[in-house]
Ligand binder design. Structure first.
Ligand SMILES: [Zn+2]
Length: 411
């Protein structure tokens, strides 16, 4: 116990190291081709160099082919320390890619040059997801330097989280499934609460639908010569609101506890007031509790569209723009959840609770492959925003939480 106290005292001295690490990562811009970049190579090379300094027992790069990226591939890094085959590995997975800075006029300083303001580090990527990269890497370093006996520790740094994970975790899990054992503890520090009290274990299915309503355009003074698609849109939106009643199951694990069905974007139709539109396009964003099958929702929606088509003599096409079916949830009593709760309690003094969320997370690729993964970090809601920042004390806490998990001898 005294030894554990010493390692925490050492971690408390990491401020300068955190700032330096964040600066080096931030200037190595890791944008995927879908975001106008060439991939994560420079950042990956830097991380590999850091890992090499820590003498890992395993260190390899999994290259997922992507002809649009530098050298035709996207890098994914795996490192491991300690190799006791009989015991579970504690894995922490972070992602290297970032999103573009967006409107530069909204930034108070250059996005790729870290600025420090008191306890805040400001720059693109410092929170999402360099917070995870830095806290997990420095936790391994602290544990190694402590000389204490540790669990098998694994760090994974993936590409392509921001644009679908096809070249990142999805590829890695598909091609390296034997890397993981069912009883391994997998933590993804890419979501959380500002006080570190939330552990994400489940997600809703995500379904984005595009509705194209076709009628007949004409002059507004002679509506009988056309067929106004806006009436179809209005009727359809009223019908779609009934999805809430038809799929009204509530599960308190989730926030909000029910499925959501929200009409969102509507495309511009006619440019002038005196024309009746003959084509209208709008979108529906659905976040559906895992008890419901996405196909059921699609059937319900199609039926509603069929009714309105018949009644108003319109043609309604429905396209699925995005679909991510929910994976099996990580049980709230899974070992990874229990161990995380213990570590969070010890470091931060808070009783963490489990949550399901509305958006898909990268953890679902583990869950779909049959592994329990928990998403946790001390997280401010600043990802993807201008002037993205992280708090140094939060990173220090998270280093201590990961170090506690690496040292937890009940695992
Ligand atoms: Zn992220």
């Amino acid at each position: 116990m005294k030894m554990q106290k010493n390692i925490f005292t050492e971690i408390d001295k990491y401020r300068d190291e955190i700032i330096l690490f964040q600066s080096e990562l931030t200037k190595r811009v890791a944008l995927g081709p879908d975001n106008g970049g060439t991939g994560e190579h420079e950042k990956a090379d830097y991380i590999v160099k850091r890992f090499e300094e820590m003498n890992p027992d395993i260190l390899h790069e999994v290259r997922s082919p992507d002809s649009r990226a530098q050298d035709g591939y996207r890098p994914n890094i795996i490192a491991g320390w300690g190799k006791d085959e009989s015991k579970p590995v504690v894995w922490v997975l972070s992602h290297m890619d970032i999103v573009p800075p967006g409107d530069l006029s909204l930034w108070e300083s250059a996005p790729y040059k870290v600025r420090v303001d008191g306890d805040r580090i400001i720059g693109r990527g410092v929170e999402d997801n360099q917070h995870g990269i830095v806290s997990s890497t420095l936790a391994v370093k602290a544990v190694l330097e402590s000389g204490l006996k540790y669990n098998s520790m694994g760090l994974i740094m993936v590409a392509d989280e921001e644009t679908g994970s096809r070249y990142g975790l999805e590829y890695l899990v598909k091609n390296n499934k034997d890397l993981f054992k069912p009883d391994d503890l997998i933590i993804v520090p890419d979501w959380g609460a500002p006080d570190g009290s939330l552990i994400e274990v489940a997600e809703k299915s995500m379904l984005w639908l595009k509705f194209i309503v076709k009628g007949k355009q004409c002059h507004a003074s002679t509506p009988e010569r056309g067929n106004n698609t806006l009436f179809g849109v209005a009727r359809l939106i009223i019908e779609l609101e009934k999805l809430k009643g038809a799929y009204n199951f509530s599960d308190e694990l989730f926030s909000p506890p029910y499925s959501t069905f929200e009409p969102t974007k509507i495309e511009a139709n006619v440019p002038n007031v005196n024309t009746i539109p003959g084509r209208d396009v709008f979108y529906l964003d659905c976040r559906v509790l895992p008890v419901y099958k996405t196909d059921e929702i699609l059937k319900y929606v199609r039926k509603a569209a069929d009714r309105i088509e018949g009644e108003l003599n319109l043609e309604i096409t429905i396209e699925t723009v995005n679909r991510e079916d929910a994976s099996e949830a990580t049980p709230v009593n899974a070992p990874v959840v229990a161990a995380l709760k213990r570590a969070i309690k010890k470091v931060k003094g808070v009783e963490a609770s489990t949550k399901g969320i509305g958006g898909g997370t990268v953890a679902s690729f583990f869950r779909k492959a049959g592994f329990n993964a928990a998403v946790w970090s001390t997280c401010l809601d600043v990802a993807h925003q201008p002037n993205e920042y992280c708090r140094i004390p939060d990173i220090i806490d998270d280093i201590k939480v990961f170090a506690s998990l690496f040292l937890d001898d009940t695992i």
